[in-house]
Design a protein. Structure first.
Length: 172
């Protein structure tokens, strides 16, 4: 991977969607905060909410409306159980979907969890010029997404192209 000269730190928010986790045992949210911070990005807000589509929509809408927020990392609620509602809550907020993210995430996950990867409804897109990435709730899934996709795509030095350098043009 070729590198350009300048890193551009992004301002990110992290949302954990869970009916059972607390701030004390939110290892997935902790991982995303630590990974993003270690990469040089800023965490401007963090929340943990129950799997309720209206609460999720409300919080994410606040972040999307804030021009200081470049991206949102959501973990949890992307499975098939009755309470998993992250896609139903957040897909309607997107102006543009990024289908390649979910496809690439599932392809990377096959190496680790085999055909169970088909159960992931991970997705990404753009809302009001803000990137949104919805990941499964497991810490290992967050690690896979960060290590194999997000770290490089949120780094302006990644060539031939990356999401970070698109940021100034997203609201054209």
């Amino acid at each position: 991977m070729k590198q350009a000269a300048d890193f551009i730190p992004l301002s990110l928010c992290v949302l954990t969607v869970s009916d059972s986790r607390t701030a004390q045992d939110d290892t997935s949210g902790d991982y995303l905060v630590e990974a993003a911070t270690a990469a040089g990005h800023r965490i401007v807000d963090r929340a943990l909410l129950p799997d309720d589509r209206y609460l999720l929509r409300a919080r994410v809408s606040q972040w999307i409306a804030d021009p200081a927020v470049d991206g949102i990392l959501v973990t949890g609620g992307t499975g098939f159980t009755g309470r998993d509602s992250t896609p139903e809550a957040l897909l309607p907020l997107l102006d543009k979907q990024m289908p390649g993210f979910g496809e690439l995430f599932r392809a990377a996950s096959v190496e680790e969890i085999g055909t169970s990867a088909l159960q992931s409804r991970a997705f990404a897109g753009l809302a009001n010029g803000t990137f949104l990435f919805a990941l499964p709730g497991s810490t290992s899934a967050c690690r896979t997404a960060w290590d194999k996709i997000l770290r490089a795509q949120l780094d302006a030095r990644t060539k031939p192209c990356n999401l970070a350098t698109l940021r100034p043009r997203l609201r054209e």
